[in-house]
Design a protein around this ligand. Structure first.
Ligand SMILES: Cc1cc2nc3c(=O)[nH]c(=O)nc-3n(C[C@H](O)[C@H](O)[C@H](O)COP(=O)(O)OP(=O)(O)OC[C@H]3O[C@@H](n4cnc5c(N)ncnc54)[C@H](O)[C@@H]3O)c2cc1C
Length: 359
């Protein structure tokens, strides 16, 4: 089992619940912050199945009741999650949540190596792994190493639907400001892409701007990305930042946010879970839930394979592939709601999507 993100921790925890003692190649997280904190309500039953629902009760998260969007119209529309039967989304303290899930997985009793996988090769009865110079073997490998897919990327074809990239940052409020920021989430479409901003429970503003990698330079005024230039096309997010007195950090950070997937995402003695299998455009706020789901399902498929079920991996891969198709249909529907920027390449690409291509 490779990787200590949400997918890796969920998968490890499920394997130990099923009576296995996996080798977990799980380096410590070194980031202070990771982008992505809006957890879908659909994650709750998955966390309950892992015995981890208590992680959401911590006061460092907040329910995402107030959702505003300027999408398809200049007017800001409120969408209250109080009216949703499945309950509200949660704005996570992302690092606290990951640490909590990791702690539960570690306490469940795997053999944990807090190191990177530095090499892997198929061997007679499974895999030969190189973990920071230590050689070891395993019968079945689960790749939960995120978008890198360090083991699975050479076993299947990676497809991509777009080249979405994210600029992100976490903004502190000016201590001199006497405004209490609204605990809300705001999505705003602009000609070159879209903004997402949410107020975290600790009072900071998580700010993301999404555009295609090749449009990033243009969107940021032909220079290295700088928040001032990027925000020049925003009305609502800009106003929120100004009125609440959030301070723009020097430089935005950059991450890939493209929709990519492996096909197939499982074989006879390997499978991929989380972003290693399917990495989705964050517009859906589905990545973490999908990481939990595939972590659970992947563990069950691995357990069935190891106990002699020859079809378990294929069934898992088919379910993931179906999920990708459903996601692509939903993604197209949401982007089609924005028709104000018909001349812009970013929106044209999403309104007349080409066939998906191997990456
Ligand atoms: C800008 C942005 C915003 C997002 N916003 C949201 C959001 O609001 N809501 C949402 O649900 N999702 C969001 N997502 C998606 C979500 O963050 C991911 O889907 C989720 O983190 C996937 O979890 P994972 O465990 O598969 O991968 P990761 O979180 O990438 O974890 C991978 C793990 O593998 C480890 N690893 C890598 N290489 C090796 C190696 N060689 N050896 C051992 N370990 C290795 C890493 O250290 C890490 O622990 C967002 C993503 C981005 C980029």
């Amino acid at each position: 089992m490779i990787g200590a993100g949400i997918a890796g921790a969920a998968c490890c925890l499920r394997l130990t619940q099923l009576g296995f003692r996996p080798l977990w190649v799980a380096p410590e997280e070194t980031l202070r912050d990771k982008p992505g904190e809006l957890l879908s309500a659909a994650a709750r039953p998955l966390l309950a199945a892992l015995g981890a629902e208590g992680l959401l009760a911590k006061g460092t998260h907040r329910p995402a009741h107030g959702m505003f969007s300027a999408w398809g119209s200049d007017r800001l529309t409120e969408r209250s999650s109080i009216v949703h039967l499945e309950g509200p989304q949660t704005v996570l303290d992302r690092m606290g949540f990951e640490r909590g899930l990791n702690g539960l997985a570690e306490a469940s009793g795997p053999v944990r190596l807090a190191e990177q996988l530095t090499g892997c090769a198929p061997a007679e009865n499974g895999w030969l792994l190189d973990v920071a110079g230590r050689k070891m073997t395993c019968e079945l490998a689960i790749d939960a190493s995120g978008r890198k897919a360090v083991l699975a990327r050479d076993r299947a074809t990676r497809f991509r639907a777009d080249r979405l990239a994210a600029l992100y940052g976490f903004l502190d409020q000016d201590p001199a400001s006497d405004v209490t920021p609204t605990p809300a989430t705001l999505v705003e479409a602009v000609p070159d892409g879209w903004f997402y901003a949410t107020c975290l429970a600790d009072g900071r503003l998580a700010l993301n701007f999404y555009t295609d990698a090749d449009l990033m330079r243009e969107a940021s005024g032909g220079r290295e990305p700088a928040w001032e230039a990027v925000l020049s096309t925003s009305v609502s997010v800009r106003r929120w930042i100004d009125e609440a007195g959030f301070l723009l950090p020097d430089k935005p950070l950059l991450a890939s946010a493209a929709t990519t997937w492996l096909a197939p995402c499982a074989g006879a003695n390997w499978l991929a879970v989380g972003d290693a299998a399917t990495a989705f455009d964050p517009l859906s706020s589905h990545g973490m839930t999908s990481a939990l789901w595939s972590g659970l399902q992947g563990a069950e498929a691995a357990a069935a394979s190891l106990t002699g079920d020859p079809l378990a991996s294929d069934i898992y891969a088919e379910r993931v592939a179906r999920g990708v198709q459903e996601f692509l249909i939903g993604r197209r529907r949401i982007y089609a709601q924005e028709t104000r920027f018909a001349d812009s390449p970013f929106w044209q690409r999403r309104q007349q999507p080409k066939e998906t291509v191997p990456a």
